[in-house]
Design a protein around this ligand. Structure first.
Ligand SMILES: CC(C)(COP(=O)(O)OP(=O)(O)OC[C@H]1O[C@@H](n2cnc3c(N)ncnc32)[C@H](O)[C@@H]1OP(=O)(O)O)[C@@H](O)C(=O)NCCC(=O)NCCS
Length: 166
């Protein structure tokens, strides 16, 4: 299925709220991703990412609509040569290979654009789809933090996946 990564736009608000307001998406993300996902949340998000230069968070555009998001998040201090990768996709388009291809694109973009040496992601151990994506895109499992996550009233493990530039 065809998709493209492009910067978020103010005009994406309606599609963003429509697709992001899904408990199956929120269940696999940190609590910074709210549920229910309201217009004010979408607006805050778009305003935040529009300030980035170079762009760090891109919309996943499918059929001319913003249908997901993928981004690299800066780290500080001794972790400044790392960025954290995060992503979600509208449920209508799951299991079609879209995010695997988008992750590959973001890894190439990240190492080309930012002075970093490592990109990591921290899927919950229950999120099989996400760690399959990371493995298909060349990330290696580095570790597992036992019951470090408390999400929706349950403890789950956190997996650490990463890819280095060199
Ligand atoms: C995780 C997510 C981004 C995956 O996006 P996607 O475009 O559907 O991913 P892909 O199609 O590239 O790859 C998914 C793989 O996982 C597999 N998969 C998905 N759910 C699975 C399950 N329950 N059991 C086994 N395999 C599963 C798919 O079959 C596919 O593997 P394959 O290509 O070998 O068949 C999407 O499901 C999503 O947005 N989930 C909610 C938010 C989220 O989890 N974000 C990541 C937080 S770390």
């Amino acid at each position: 299925m065809k998709f493209k990564l492009r910067p978020w736009q103010v005009a994406d608000l309606k599609d963003l709220v429509n697709y992001a307001n899904n408990s199956k998406i929120a269940a696999n993300l940190t609590d910074l991703f709210p549920h229910p996902y309201q217009e004010k949340d979408g607006n805050n998000f778009i305003q935040m990412v529009l300030k980035q230069n170079p762009t760090q968070v891109f919309a996943v555009e499918i059929n001319k609509k913003a249908s997901g998001s993928i981004g690299l998040h800066s780290q500080t201090d001794v972790h400044s040569k790392n960025m954290e990768l995060g992503y979600w996709l509208a449920e209508d388009y799951w299991n079609k290979g879209i995010i695997t291809a988008a992750v590959r694109e973001m890894v190439a973009y990240g190492f080309k654009t930012f002075a970093i040496n490592r990109i990591f992601a921290r899927p919950f151990s229950t999120n099989i789809g996400s760690y399959k994506v990371l493995e298909k895109a060349g990330f290696k499992l580095e570790g597992q933090f036992i019951k470090s996550i408390f999400k929706n009233g349950k403890y789950v493990d956190e997996l650490i996946y990463a890819i280095c530039k060199d």
